[in-house]
Design a protein around this ligand. Structure first.
Ligand code: G3I
Length: 348
């Protein structure tokens, strides 16, 4: 194994020479993230923009070449699958899953209980707690049940803790009280007893109030026997504000002590535009540190980016003036951050 890794490492500088890139727009690297990650036994993922997958052949080709796990960016969210009461539409999610299966990739289910992208029929109505429980239970049963056996890990609850470490005041908290978190995990487990069930949040990779609150929430759920199996550290990072790798490692360790896996679920590293070579190098360091930390933690079981190319990313829409957060640029050429990930995976 060791010699294979070193052999891989020697190929790294040859990844996509500029001349080759002109002749072949997508590039033909001699190793890929997918190959390098496979050698380290770490699933490497990207979220998928369903429209890009349908319309952009380069996008689909790079996705298959570089990644082994896909997270549907929007197509399994509540408003996408359950836009009307009692009516479910799995078409968009099914397409992502079919694409993944065709290319021997896994799908990471995203997301059953979140406070965004909820349909108006749900949020604008008045519900008794009993009725709302029934709605959420039925939603989870239907969605997890539809993909039972084919989706092995689900983000069950996302972002239930706010930046002060309190329960986030959401539609779900207001309608069901704090117990909605445990109920959601219980229902997801009933719908697919073999699925890995994940609590997923941002801004809690290292230490701090939010990360401590998530730890306490997980401790409580585990103590009560609630079927939660992992924590997703989203890792929406910025080159200007980077979590300390030792703190991230310590956080992973304390979650391991609770018997939990951790996953990097949505990593991107935004920067203030315009792009400069220095900023790209700083960005590469952030990716490198996070991959290193994940590889060093025995319970870190997956590393997923939120997108993979700057051609499609949520950042410019949500944070005007920022962008370039991913590992391929808008021309689908690998950036220093891509090479940093390959180097770390190859043992450098
Ligand atoms: O569905 C409509 C479509 O009908 C319309 O034509 C189009 C026009 O702009 O908008 C579409 O909705 C957009 C939706 O993505 C689907 O493309 C929304 O405007 C847009 O706000 C929404 O953004 C998504 C965002 O979640 C919602 O908060 C991003 O793509 C997605 O990357 C982002 O992902 C979240 C994770 O799920 C959870 N963690 C944080 C992460 C980043 O916010």
């Amino acid at each position: 194994m060791r010699s294979l890794i070193y052999a891989l490492a020697t190929l790294v500088p040859l990844v996509v020479a500029p001349a080759a890139a002109q002749a072949e727009p997508v590039g033909e690297p001699l190793t890929t993230l997918r190959m390098a990650a496979q050698l380290r036994n770490i699933p490497i993922g990207a979220s998928v923009d369903e429209n890009a997958l349908r319309d952009d052949a380069d996008y689909a080709a790079v996705l298959v070449r570089e990644f082994s796990v896909l997270t549907p960016e929007n197509s399994m969210k509540f408003d996408a699958v359950h836009a009307r009461p009692f009516r479910y539409s799995f078409d968009a999610g099914d397409k992502v899953l079919a694409f993944a299966e065709e290319h021997r990739m896994e799908v990471h289910g995203h997301v059953l209980v979140w406070h965004e992208q909820l349909p108006n029929w749900l949020t604008k109505a008045q519900w008794t707690p009993e009725k709302l429980r029934t709605v959420l239970r039925e939603h989870i049963y239907r969605v997890v049940g539809h993909y039972r056996g084919r989706i092995k890990a689900w983000d069950v609850v996302s972002e239930a803790i706010d930046d002060n470490g309190e329960m986030r005041k959401t539609f779900w908290l207001e309608g069901l009280g704090p117990e909605y978190v445990a109920l959601a995990f219980q229902w997801a487990h009933e719908a697919d007893p073999n699925a890995q069930l994940i609590y997923n949040d941002y801004g809690a990779e290292g230490g701090g109030r939010k990360s401590d609150a998530i730890f306490r929430l997980m401790q409580d759920l585990r103590t009560r026997g609630v079927p939660v199996h992992g924590v997703g550290l989203q890792a929406h990072l910025s080159v200007d504000e980077v979590p300390n790798p030792q703190e991230v490692r310590a956080n992973m360790e304390r979650l391991q002590a609770l018997g939990l896996m951790v996953y990097i679920t949505e990593m991107d590293v935004s920067l203030k535009l315009p792009v400069t070579p220095t900023k790209l190098d700083e960005q590469a360091l952030v990716y490198r540190d996070m991959m290193n930390t994940c590889l060093s933690a025995p319970n870190c079981k997956g590393f997923t980016l939120w997108g993979f190319t700057d051609r499609y990313s949520w950042i410019p829409e949500f944070f005007p003036g920022r962008g370039a957060a991913l590992v391929f640029d808008e021309q689908m050429q690998p950036k220093p951050s891509y090479r940093a990930l390959i180097e770390v995976l190859a043992g450098h």
